[in-house]
Design a protein around this ligand. Structure first.
Ligand code: ZN
Ligand code: ZN
Length: 243
C-alpha cells in the first residue's frame, strides 16, 4: 500500500514493514512544492496511525522538500532507525540525532529493514553540481515485488537502473517528457508508474498536476500503466496497492 504524504513523501506498507520516505520537512511551499500539513507532520513524528509501527524513516537526500535534520530530530520514538546518505553539509546535525542512523555509504549499499531490503544507489541530483548534495535512489524489496523511488535523481544517470527492473516505479513528474526519463522507464519496465514530486492542488500555482496528466495522455503509446501520485489538501491519499 502506498500513501502520498507530501511532495515526494511516500509511506510504503508491505506486510508488517512500514517505511516512510522523504517525508519530514516543512519547506518548499511557494516554490511549487508541498510540505506535509502540520497535522500530518505531527502524526508522522509521533508515530500515530497510519504511521504507527514504522520500521524506518528513509531519505533519498537532505533537501528542504525531502528531509530536514531539524524535523528529523523531532521524531518521538528514538528507537526507530533513520536511513540516509552521509551529507557533509549536515554532518553535525545528523550526528546529534538520538535515533540510530544508518548511512547509505558507497556507490551502492543494502540495508534490511523489517524483512524488506533497501538498496540505495548513488545518483546525481537533477540539476547537476549546483545542488552538490549526496543523493541516493532506492530499490525496495526483491525482484518480483520491487519498488523503485528515483528521488530527485537525473534520469540519465548511468548508474540507473544498473540492470534492475522494478514492478512499481516512482519518478519525478518532468521525467515523462524527457528522453532520459523514457529510457529509464523502458529499462525499469515497471507494471505501474507513479509520477510524483507534485504539489497539493492548493499549492499548484503552475498547474503541474494538469500538465502531468496531459503528458501521460500524450505518451500513452509507450508508457506502462501510469498515474499521477495523488494528494489532497492535508490528507493522506491511498494511491496504490503493494500487497
Ligand atoms: Zn532535491
Ligand atoms: Zn525535490
Amino acid at each position: 500500500m502506498f500513501y502520498a504524504v507530501a511532495n515526494a513523501g511516500v509511506l510504503i506498507v508491505c506486510g508488517r514493514t512500514k517505511l516512510l520516505v522523504d517525508a519530514l520537512f516543512t519547506g518548499g511551499r511557494g516554490a511549487g512544492f508541498s510540505p506535509p500539513s502540520d497535522a500530518v507532520l505531527e502524526c508522522m513524528l509521533a508515530g500515530e496511525a497510519p504511521f504507527d509501527g514504522l520500521s524506518a524513516y528513509v531519505f533519498t537526500h537532505l533537501h528542504p522538500d525531502h528531509g530536514e535534520p531539524c524535523a528529523i530530530a523531532r521524531i518521538r520514538d528514538k528507537s526507530v532507525p533513520v536511513l540516509l546518505p552521509r551529507t557533509a553539509r549536515f554532518a553535525r546535525e545528523v550526528e546529534a540525532l538520538e535515533n540510530p542512523v544508518v548511512y547509505f555509504d558507497g556507490a551502492e549499499s543494502c540495508v534490511d529493514v523489517g524483512g524488506l531490503r533497501v538498496t540505495a544507489v548513488e545518483t546525481e541530483h537533477a540539476g547537476g553540481e549546483a545542488f552538490g548534495i549526496e543523493h541516493r535512489s532506492l530499490f525496495l524489496g526483491a525482484p518480483g515485488r520491487r519498488v523503485f523511488l528515483a528521488g530527485d535523481a537525473r534520469s540519465d544517470d548511468a548508474r540507473l537502473p544498473g540492470g534492475r527492473t522494478a514492478d512499481i516505479a516512482f519518478l519525478a513528474f518532468p521525467e515523462v517528457a524527457r528522453a532520459g526519463g523514457r529510457a529509464l522507464i523502458e529499462a525499469l519496465s515497471p507494471k505501474k508508474l507513479f509520477l510524483y514530486h507534485l504539489p497539493f492542488p492548493e499549492d499548484d500555482r503552475y498547474r503541474m498536476n494538469a500538465m502531468t496528466r496531459r503528458r501521460i495522455e500524450e505518451n500513452a503509446d509507450w508508457l506502462p500503466e501510469t498515474e499521477v501520485f495523488r494528494k489532497a489538501s492535508g490528507h493522506l491519499v491511498i494511491s496504490g496497492n503493494y500487497e
